[in-house]
Design a protein. Structure first.
Length: 169
């Protein structure tokens, strides 16, 4: 009887230099994501941007307390993805997991999660920085290229690692 449950062996994936660099960049970015609001909170006006349209123009304002949403959300995502990356045997893969390929699949899957995790924190950091700059009257909006760059970055990372995994024999 097929229960639909597939066996994927557990394994510890050692971090290489690239993995460690990405982890450090992500963690430092998370620290800066908190440091910016801490540093600027007292000089921000009572209302700051909380939403932007597709052209990067501010289309909603809120209390300056919203500056804390992205640092706390970023922390939840970062910690969640960090720990999720410890159990690659529960992930879905684009090819069948076998005794011969599981270590390479896990290696690429954990790299993908690690890179995406760092990218998201860097995106949150840019948004937070931009909100502060607008609040201080230094900028008037977000870059017009922000949304296309973010979409290309996230999609390209996912496609890159998808193809890396599908080429494993």
């Amino acid at each position: 009887m097929n229960t639909g449950i597939k066996y994927q062996p557990k394994a510890n994936i050692d971090l290489d230099v690239y993995d460690r660099i990405i982890e450090v960049i992500g963690l430092l970015s998370l620290i800066v994501l908190f440091a910016l609001p801490v540093y600027y909170y007292s000089v921000l006006p009572d209302e700051i941007p909380r939403h932007f349209n597709g052209l990067g123009e501010v289309n909603a304002y809120s209390s300056k307390k919203v500056i804390w949403i992205l640092p706390f959300l970023g922390t939840l995502l970062y910690v969640g993805l960090f720990f999720m990356n410890k159990v690659p045997h529960i992930f879905n893969y684009p090819i069948k997991v076998t005794q011969e390929n599981y270590k390479n699949l896990y290696k690429y899957a954990t790299k993908q999660i690690r890179v995406l995790n760092t990218e998201v924190i860097l995106i949150f950091l840019y948004i937070t920085y931009t909100i502060i700059q607008i609040g201080l009257g230094i900028k008037i909006g977000m870059s017009l290229f922000f949304l296309p760059i973010v979409l290309v970055l996230i999609i390209a990372t996912s496609i890159f690692y998808y193809f890396k995994m599908t080429k494993i024999k």
